[in-house]
Structures are given as C-alpha cells and as structure tokens.
Design a protein around this ligand. Sequence first.
Ligand SMILES: NC(=O)c1ccc[n+]([C@@H]2O[C@H](COP(=O)([O-])OP(=O)(O)OC[C@H]3O[C@@H](n4cnc5c(N)ncnc54)[C@H](O)[C@@H]3O)[C@@H](O)[C@H]2O)c1
Ligand SMILES: O=C(O)[C@H](O)[C@H](O)COP(=O)(O)O
Length: 379
Amino acid sequence: MHLIVDANIPAAEACFSAFGRVTRLPGREITQAHLREADALIVRSVTPVNEALLAGTPVRFVGTCTIGTDHIDRDYLAAHGIGFASAPGCNAEAVADYVLSTLLTLAERDGKPLLERRVGVVGAGNVGARVQARLQGLGLEVWVCDPPRAEREGGAGFAGLDTLIERCDVLCLHTPLVKEGRHATRHLLNARRIAALAPHSVVLNAGRGDCIDGQALYQRLAEQGDITAALDVWESEPGIDAALHQQAAIATPHIAGYSLDGKLRGSLMIHQALAGHLGAPSALTLDAICPPPVLAALTLAEALPVEEALRLCARAVYDTRRDHDALCRRAACEGMTAGFDACRAAYPLRREFATLSVQLQGDARVLVAPLRAAGFQVR
Ligand SMILES: NC(=O)c1ccc[n+]([C@@H]2O[C@H](COP(=O)([O-])OP(=O)(O)OC[C@H]3O[C@@H](n4cnc5c(N)ncnc54)[C@H](O)[C@@H]3O)[C@@H](O)[C@H]2O)c1
Ligand SMILES: O=C(O)[C@H](O)[C@H](O)COP(=O)(O)O
C-alpha cells in the first residue's frame, strides 16, 4: 500500500508506516500526478481534496488530521466509494487555550479585565463549548449563538447573532465554513454586523477566515479604530490581506489548534480510522507518540489577583504574543505568503494548559477553582 501524507503531519511514520510505504509531501503541493499509485491520502487543511485531485487515481481512503472539513468534497468521496475520516475535536483544547491566552493579553493591553467582560460564543461545538465552559467557570457572563444546535436541542440557552452583538463586548467565532444552506457561515460577520459592534468590543476569529467579511472589518478598524481584532484565520490563506494583518491586535497564522497534543491526537485518530477501514489491528496510543511536557509543574506560593495568576500560568504554557510577533517578523523578511506558511511549518513545540500541574500553597489555595476552570491541573 502507498500512502501520500502531508509533510506537516507529526508522527506520520509511527502512525502510518505500519500500513505501507509513506511518501511525505508539502500539503499545498500535492497534485493528481503524486496520487497515480497512491492508495490512501492523509492531509491537513491546506490540500483541497476533490474531483480535480482524485479523478483517475486509485485512492480508496482519505483522512484529514484536522477538525475542519471544508477543504474536502465529501459528496465526491461518498459517490466514489472512497473511505473518509476527519479528527473531530482533536485540537479543541488547544484552541480554547489560544482564546484564553489571547483574551488575557488583550485585557492587559486595553486595561479592561477579562473577568468583567461579557462574551458571545458563535458556534458552540467541540471548540466553542469548551470556550464557553472555561469562561463560565471563571464567572463570566457568556452568550451562545448556535442555530443548528438550537434547532436540535430547543432554543433555551441560545440567542441570535444580532443579540450577541448587542449584549456582548467580546465576540469569539468558532464556526465551520459552511458555504450554502440555511446556516451558511460565509461572511456571517458581514458589514452590517461589523458596523453594529459596540465601541471597545473585541472580535476574535479562530473558526475559518471566510466567516468574517475581511474588507468590512478592515474598514472599521482602519477608519474608526474603536474595536479590537484577534485573528487566527483569514480569507485567502496563506496570501492574507497585509492591511488587515496590520490592523489586528493579535494576528496569528492559523495556529490556534497547533499544540503538539492536538496535532498528535489528529494523527492518531486518522491512524485508527485507517486501521478500521482496512480491518487492521491497532494498539497505538497517544502516550506512545506524545512526550512528557518540558514544563510539567509550577508552584504558586502567594495569592495573586485571579486574572494575574491566570495570565502567569497561561503564559508559562502558551503565550499568543509569541506567534503574533513571529508572523510580523517573518512577513517583514519573507513576504506575507511565505512568512505565513514558514511560521506554520517551523512551529515551536507547544503543549496544552492541561499538561501543567499548578501546585498552590498557603493563601494561593484561593486560586484552585479559577485555575481549574481555565484548564490547568491543580494540586
Ligand atoms: N484556528 C484553528 O486552528 C482551528 C482549529 C480547530 C478548528 N477550527 C475551525 O473551527 C471550526 C469549529 O470547530 P469545532 O471543533 O467546534 O467544530 P464542531 O463541528 O464541533 O462545532 C461547530 C459548531 O458550529 C455550529 N454552527 C454551524 N453553523 C453555524 C452558524 N451559522 N452559526 C453559529 N453556529 C453554527 C455547529 O452547530 C456546531 O455546534 C472547525 O470547523 C474549523 O473550521 C479552527
Ligand atoms: O481544522 C482544524 O483542525 C484546524 O484548522 C487545524 O489547526 C488546521 O491545521 P492545518 O491544516 O492548517 O495544519
């Protein structure tokens, strides 16, 4: 069996070589010609998988080690009997870490405590529900917009997007890119809604870039300068709009989910799905491919103010400013498109909040509940 595997997939050998010969290629460069003798294709989100790529190839299984599936033409796969698997939830913890790290940083920069903010979560699936739970656990008022869930579960606990815009001063987008239908998300945050955002509000997008009208957001930021944007995802990645990049307070190259844990969970989930597809045994576990964290524990010996303690622990594990700075630096040296992808390809080792055990001594014990709510282990 021959497998074509995106070169940005960690533990590809451990996860896929048991099934056959593995050839690794940059995801954006995989073409139909590479698949002439391939039986399986394992991608991340940067390879559009459709008829143009697969027609006439022997590929019988496609796996994407990502949560998002908007790059996959699933109808084509189903119509041609090609097996498919994605990795739902694999990096959801990492995205929730990114959200907390980013909001804590913006709170410090703007002098507006996060714990006093009212947050709207748009799209409350694996990612959004975790963000909601962490923020509610910290005592914040959280409003949720998720029409598909509201339809399935009844409207209680959900509100419309316009209500969130009216009531909240932080809006976090965690929607998939859905191009058509009643719940389409392309330009969900459109010019009208961007104009309706209250002054001093924060917009954070860690879903898909196309869910926001980037041009309209740019205009609001550049012309009024009264709102703050934290953008991890962009229209037209990797060739993103340099002007919008300049205006974003935190601008990162689609790395919100890039914890080692999250990426390896994605690889493992596709390994398991391929084993199932082939009827092959699989005993591989996350522990077998994921090393222990470099920073496993820290001790707080004094009671800091809650928000300060959260920032300190968050930054010990993951500081969103590092990724913002890296993109600025690389874009200045290599140009935006190359810099964007270079940051992603050379992404530094990052672990999840849950890998840090915080020991609280004496008065610092008052921090047990908030640190736990934020996602850390607490002793
Ligand atoms: N920035 C990153 O690194 C990163 C990482 C992981 C996922 N993502 C993106 O985030 C998306 C969400 O991830 P997830 O794991 O929570 O997916 P999920 O499928 O578990 O949840 C998506 C939620 O969005 C809701 N939704 C759909 N249409 C909506 C609409 N019009 N308005 C409001 N809500 C709507 C769905 O009902 C669902 O509950 C993924 O599809 C992916 O595109 C980005
Ligand atoms: O959908 C996902 O899981 C995320 O967007 C993921 O982080 C994408 O990773 P990439 O394909 O860009 O490496």
